[in-house]
Design a protein around this ligand. Sequence first.
Ligand SMILES: [Ca+2]
Length: 316
Amino acid sequence: MERRSDDMASPSNVHHTAAILISLLIILPSSVSATLNHNLVSTIPHDGFAFTQGLEIQDGRMYESTGLYGHSQVREISLEDGSLIRSHDLNDSFFGEGLTLIGDRVLVLTWKAGLILEFERDTFNQSTQHNLEGEGWGICSFEDKIMVSDGTDQISILDPLTLEPTGSIQVTSNDSEIWNLNELECVGDMIYANQWMSPFIHVISANDGKLMSTLDLSNLPSGTSGDRNEVLNGIAWDEERQGFWVTGKNWTNMYLIELYETQQNAYPQDIGNSLSASITSQMKFILISLGILGAVAVAVSLIRTPPSLSAYNEDE
Ligand SMILES: [Ca+2]
């Protein structure tokens, strides 16, 4: 093989232009993303001694589970003023975790006891219990499945009737690993997941575990003394108000927030301005870029000095 072909590609401007265009082609598809924001709609008091582990609304009534050995409870909370309507103490040997409701059944996770406790919704009497593999952190339910987090990047899927495991999903993100998934909320086909020790709620596809977006609630005041354990935890969808109630462990307030997305678009303005046009715009950009690259390559080849005969002979 002769070296002439290498010499033809050697002009630095061709490489430089190609590198820029290829870099843009790689970067642009991921540069369009939706950022999740929130508006604060209303604020009600929250029991500052409630170490919130689970929060859910059913038929306009709010239910909460709390943790810590000797202090764990299942409770009903007034959505009007945050006051405690009724509560039931868990056995002192249980560290309560997440909570979800299926019909008239209230399911409360235990942290390390390997059990899911089941209560009657209307009396809070414990009716039965179910085995749970591993630790229990957060739980939420769709019509056909229950999702359970255990503090890792995995979310287990349980049968809603038997509570037997039927599968799992792994939460995946392009940018980072998402561990410490805690309290959950199932809405539509998405899982909203508090990330322990962070101000973030991640929105995760319940179908494949893909991270769709992340909500930063670091601007919400906790009202706590700043203990590192008193973190954001607790999210409940309010169908009537079309918003999410959020709070935290020992937080003194509960907040109703509404979510909205803003599109971030890094395209040049003449290529495309909206996410809805992104696919078309990307195809246009690829074709234009390839056209520019081809034109530059032809121009350079025309103006380059013809190689000496010795260049043809070097490797022959
Ligand atoms: Ca919840």
